[in-house]
Ligand binder design. Structure first.
Ligand code: NAD
Length: 329
């Protein structure tokens, strides 16, 4: 029996997401959901990620419920390495939102652009709350698809004057340099050691499995946002650097298993209780940075609730402005 009181399903495509969800909207949505997670008002369900034995694809689900924001749903998708040859991006995802009161599917939202904008919002939130207010030099390690989103969002958090950058594949750096110049920042490709010596804030966003930055290269007072490590075995920075920093994360359970902290946890240099959810800082329950010399490190592992939060914004704005396609299930 069709329930005529239910609203139709909203369909919000990639183009509409780009049009509706800018960096400011993503920042607010991600900050709010991190705060809700730390209060216990929102939680992520266990992540499923499987090699499907076809097309070399990795496929999975990230899901959760934000009771405070009334957002329930799942991001489904993964990584198809052969897509580039077909003119598609290798990462593919779609968000499904459900009405928490009835369980009915309420929106289908394209997840590709939103993944990049929510990941950039995550490191931006960490910079807003943890970086020194006098930070002037932004260090970028990584120059792939996510890096430009990261750079644009970070640049809005402090009065940066310059970007220093290093990437294992230097031919990818000019594209990032063009983004820096476009937003009025000087751009200088440097060695890893030089990057550590100059940068006040560092974002790492690579697919590395070995440390790209060593502890002794980082100057006191630096804030690092380690964003690339989201799988067991990946690593972007020296575990000794993680152990010596004050560590914050989106979700402790992910940080210790698939995040940058997994290695320092495994070798016993860091304990789970030394890792603070960034939401506790947002809520005022943790002071965050306590001195100008302290090295702070945000382990941004990427949680499903971030995807649901930005997809909810896209669906709400599309609905309010009459822009979404609709369907009756
Ligand atoms: P991409 O493929 O566009 O770029 C990859 C980047 O990693 C480039 O800078 C490349 O030079 C570098 N790289 C590739 N192989 C490497 C290796 N073996 N060692 C060191 N560096 C290597 O990828 P992207 O979309 O920019 O994503 C970058 C990383 O961010 C990926 O690891 C991805 O899984 C991760 N990611 C994390 C989140 C999160 O929420 N934390 C979200 C999206 C992506």
């Amino acid at each position: 029996m069709k329930d005529m009181t239910d609203k139709p399903l909203l369909i919000v495509g990639e183009d509409l997401c780009q049009q509706l969800v800018g960096r400011a909207e993503a920042f607010d949505a991600v900050q709010d959901v991190f705060a809700a997670m730390a209060r216990g008002d929102a939680y992520n369900f266990p992540v499923i990620r499987e090699a499907i034995g076809y097309a070399d694809a990795l496929y999975g689900f990230k899901s959760g419920f934000d009771r405070a924001g009334q957002v329930l749903g799942v991001k489904s998708g993964g990584y198809w390495p052969g897509n580039m040859d077909k003119g598609l991006t290798n990462h593919q995802s779609t968000v499904f939102l459900f009405d928490p009161d009835t369980g009915r599917l309420s929106a289908l939202v394209g997840g590709n652009y939103l993944t990049a904008v929510r990941t950039a919002a995550s490191s931006a939130v960490s910079i807003a709350h943890l970086a020194r207010t006098d930070a002037k030099v932004l260090g970028m390690v990584g120059a792939g698809h996510q890096s430009a989103f990261q750079l644009r969002a970070a640049a809005e958090q402090r009065d940066f004057e310059k970007v220093v950058a290093w990437n294992p594949h230097p031919d990818m750096l000019p594209r990032l340099g063009a983004v820096a110049n476009e937003i009025g920042l000087e751009f200088e490709p440097v060695t890893q050691e030089e990057l550590g010596a100059q940068a006040d804030v560092i974002i790492t966003i690579t697919s590395a499995f070995e440390p790209l930055l060593m502890k002794d290269w980082i100057k006191p007072g630096t804030h690092l946002a380690c964003m690339g490590t989201d799988t067991k075995g990946k690593m972007e920075v020296d575990p000794a650097l993680v152990a010596s920093a004050t560590v914050f994360t989106d979700e402790v359970a992910q940080s210790i298993t698939i995040g940058e902290a997994q290695h320092a946890i495994a070798n016993g240099a860091l304990t789970e209780t030394q890792i603070t959810p960034i939401g506790a800082v947002i809520n005022g329950d943790h002071p965050g940075r306590t001195s100008a010399e302290e090295i702070t490190l945000f382990d941004g592992t990427g949680v499903g609730l971030q995807d649901l939060a930005v997809a909810h914004v896209a669906a709400r704005m599309a609905d309010e402005n009459g822009l979404a396609e609709t369907a009756i299930l």
